[in-house]
Write a new protein. Structure first.
Length: 320
């Protein structure tokens, strides 16, 4: 993506005497032969389809930091609608480039703890000052349940529901009341046809920015009421960093492994409690727990909130 285009830009732009790129003449013969495919966001999906001969639906989500959750949720919805039996889904991101770092620094959302990278990402901590950029890729194979059981598939969990809504508030800002996220969480519960008290663990977006972590905490209190104080909540961005579009795909894998291993991952670097973020964030140490239903949340610049509910393979919902 961006890293590829930065490299190509430096290859094909003629330099004037001052060493700066000139827009007057482009050295097109110097361009990478993979230039066209390199700048298409859809190339990743297409390459997977080409490599494995997949002739079903092949599409790409361009929803920023919620893209992983949106891709997984959309794939799940397609299977539920009978449009596919199996879908490969997820997200990848490689944002560690000068342009991307500059863009995020320009809106003051990156941590300034450059001398303490291991301590830099500290979701829900009073001293949090921004997120730590990361890169990565997370992929899941989703399959219609009977189809999976018939072939003896190794099943990690079930997708119970998916919801995504816009807050229509601001391209980079978030309201402190968390109302739009709360509406998203209520919708995913309704879509999954489960009660709020059946959620055993929440993997929060937890980006380690002041406004996001307050927004999420407010939304949890709105949706879960007093029980919000008893639900274990953690942000694995405290150890993985924020991989933008790939974040919720990676965190979905964390959720499914948490269900299988009966272990809740902690929020690392939680050292200074914030009086406004006063829930159980599973500070610094993992916690053993039997997990039936877990919630994976994502929020993104441009105002999108997405949420997926995962459950253990044998989960049976109570009547709503």
């Amino acid at each position: 993506g961006v890293a590829f285009m930065e490299r190509v830009f430096n290859q094909v732009c003629l330099r004037n005497g001052g060493g700066k790129p000139s827009a007057v003449e482009l050295l097109t013969d110097e361009a990478d032969p993979h230039l066209y495919g390199g700048f298409l966001a859809h190339s990743v999906s297409s390459e997977v389809a080409l490599a494995h001969g997949l002739k079903g639906v092949c599409t790409t989500m361009a929803t920023g930091c919620t893209a992983g959750a949106d891709a997984i949720g959309t794939a799940s919805d397609m299977i539920a609608a009978g449009l596919a039996d199996i879908m490969i889904t997820g997200a990848s991101e490689a944002p560690l480039t000068p342009i991307v770092v500059t863009a995020f620094d320009n809106i003051s959302c990156l941590t300034r703890r450059n001398d303490q990278p291991v301590k830099a990402s500290r979701p829900f901590d009073r001293e949090r000052d921004g997120f730590l950029l990361a890169e990565g890729c997370g992929l899941l194979v989703l399959e219609e349940e009977e189809h999976a059981r018939a072939r003896g598939a190794n099943i990690y969990g079930r997708v119970l529901g998916y919801a995504s809504l816009s807050n229509a508030y601001h391209m980079t800002g978030l309201p402190s009341d968390g109302d739009a996220l709360a509406r998203t969480l209520r919708r995913v519960l309704a879509q999954a046809r489960i009660n709020a008290d059946e959620v055993d663990y929440i993997n929060a977006h937890g980006s380690s920015t002041q406004q996001n972590d307050l927004n999420e905490t407010s939304a949890f209190k709105t949706v879960f009421g007093e029980r919000a104080y008893r639900i274990p909540i953690s942000s694995t961005k405290s150890v993985l960093g924020h991989a933008l579009g790939a974040a919720s795909a990676l965190e979905s894998i964390v959720c499914l492994c948490a269900i299988r291993e009966s272990v809740i991952p902690p929020t690392a670097n939680y050292e200074n409690p914030d009086p406004h973020c006063d829930l159980d964030y599973v500070p610094n140490e993992p916690r053993e727990a039997r997990l039936r239903v877990v919630e994976c949340n994502a929020s993104g610049f441009s105002g999108i909130h997405s949420s997926i509910l995962y459950a253990s393979p044998d989960f049976q919902a109570a009547s709503v």
